[in-house]
Design a protein around this ligand. Sequence first.
Ligand SMILES: C[S@@+](CC[C@H](N)C(=O)[O-])C[C@H]1O[C@@H](n2cnc3c(N)ncnc32)[C@H](O)[C@@H]1O
Length: 200
Amino acid sequence: MLNLLPDDKSPNAILDVGCGTGRLLRRAHERWPSAQVVGVDPAEGMATIARRNLPEATIHVAVAEALPLSDGSVDVAFSAVSLHHWRDQVLGVRELARVVRAPGLVCVADIVLPSWVGSMLGSRARSRSTLQALFHQVGFTLLTHRSMFLNTIHVILARRAPAGSGCLTSAWSRPDASHGLMDTLTPAVPMKVREEGQRN
Ligand SMILES: C[S@@+](CC[C@H](N)C(=O)[O-])C[C@H]1O[C@@H](n2cnc3c(N)ncnc32)[C@H](O)[C@@H]1O
């Protein structure tokens, strides 16, 4: 996931939502040692291990749906294989939009299932199209969408646009700064944004 981000700018603050034991945060800290690293996870046990693994990080015991962070306080937010656990994914992604300062980035990886499989399993895992729709719905601009591990894990990189602006304003927001990943993006415009809960 870290490799999807452009090399030419350093974030001041990085957030990992559903950080678990802090593996991703540790890698982020190695890549951007001067950045403030913040993790959020509702499981006390995970938070304890994350704090032990990365004493430099600030780890909060909290859910994505109520992030204990100020508006516009991070430059990049990650979340790895956690979204399908969130009770209210729209609220969680809205929280990402609130805490990421424009034109910051979010990079979210999660399990993706065909809608009929998700329904059958009673899983909150989304399909490819409803995953994209979730980020559109909240106002993110998708930069890339990749799949891996036999199409089971999808990674979305999206930009938090400045309020009222469609402009690309920094290296963080330039598609070419993301290693030419735009060619992997499923055409998202025009895109029918589906109602929450509708699967496809
Ligand atoms: C499969 S683990 C992934 C952990 C870590 N991101 C990793 O890649 O190793 C999913 C994590 O999501 C957390 N989680 C569950 N519900 C959550 C919520 N509503 N908001 C944020 N994190 C949540 C769990 O506690 C767990 O640590």
